[in-house]
Design a protein around this ligand. Structure first.
Ligand SMILES: [Fe+2]
Ligand SMILES: [Fe+2]
Length: 283
């Protein structure tokens, strides 16, 4: 992890990448049973995607709840970018999920359980709701960074159309990773709550992602578990997930520091690279 010292900058977010709201190039069309080289990775990405439409709309709401209290003009601009990007992501993943559902998977039950959890979250105070968003946005940025850094692990076998969804989303998550955090700091600036919410969200996020992935693997057991070649590949990918958690641990723990800011995790080179390669050809 490369850490940047932003403490002395009066407006650290001014140094950040512009938040550009882009239309997705992803076309909602029939998605096969699996869309990555390993069936496990495909199920993991689907598990993430299940939570996106509801989750990202919730993120937007939690920021909107307190937006009027933000006086910083640059941050107001960033909030608009954040809302634009997340709204597009929610819509694209809704279409994606519908197509996955059409290819023999049952996602409705998860979506319903998740929607109920979102209703519960909305009964909490604005501070706790936004702290939950801040924690989840940290997870999102970590996973997005990992996708850009290790595409051979996360995206192996992904079609061009699917890359247009996942790479686009990952890139924009990194672009706006500081927005919810800065809003939280300016409005509430409560460290104890930020840490508390991260602990709760960590358990919830890891458990729900693991359970949903496992359910999808089970629904697809004929391909994912009963074929020795696939099983072997999936065991390797399991090891890859262990490695991913180990590699992301320092960045995850950094969140608990009193002086943490998302921009301290330097992902600028990754962004530059993806903009130079994929983005320049896709847009
Ligand atoms: Fe998003
Ligand atoms: Fe986000």
């Amino acid at each position: 992890m490369t850490l940047i010292d932003v403490k002395n900058h009066a407006h650290p977010h001014k140094n950040f990448n512009a938040i550009v709201v882009r239309q997705t190039r992803f076309k909602a069309q029939k998605i096969g049973r699996h869309y990555t080289d390993s069936t496990l990775m495909s199920h993991f990405l689907t598990a993430l995607s299940i939570t996106f439409p509801e989750g990202e709309r919730f993120f937007v709401e939690t920021v909107r709840n307190v937006r009027a209290q933000i006086e910083d003009a640059q941050l107001q601009k960033d909030i608009s970018g954040f809302i634009g990007q997340e709204s597009h992501h929610a819509r694209a993943h809704e279409q994606f999920n519908q197509n996955v559902q059409d290819s023999h998977y049952h996602l409705k039950k998860f979506e319903q359980v998740f929607a109920k959890e979102m209703i519960r979250l909305r009964t909490l105070s604005h501070r706790r709701q936004l702290a939950a968003t801040v924690a989840l946005e940290h997870f999102t940025a970590l996973i997005a960074g990992y996708m850009l850094k290790y595409p051979d692990f996360m995206f192996k076998g992904l079609s061009e159309n699917m890359t247009n969804l996942w790479l686009w989303h990952a890139m924009e998550e990194i672009e706006h990773k500081h927005v919810a955090f800065d809003v939280y700091q300016q409005v509430f600036s409560n460290l104890a709550q930020r840490r508390r919410s991260m602990r709760t969200i960590t358990i919830g996020f890891l458990t729900s992602t693991a359970v949903m992935t496992a359910h999808l693997v089970w629904q697809d057991r004929q391909h994912s578990l009963y074929r020795p070649q696939e099983l072997l590949k999936n065991i390797q990918v399991m090891g890859g997930f262990g490695l991913m958690m180990l590699r992301l641990l320092p960045e995850y723990l950094a969140f608990y520091r009193a002086d943490f800011h998302p921009s301290q995790i330097d992902q600028n080179d990754l962004l530059k690279k993806v903009k130079k390669t994929w983005l320049s050809t896709a847009y």
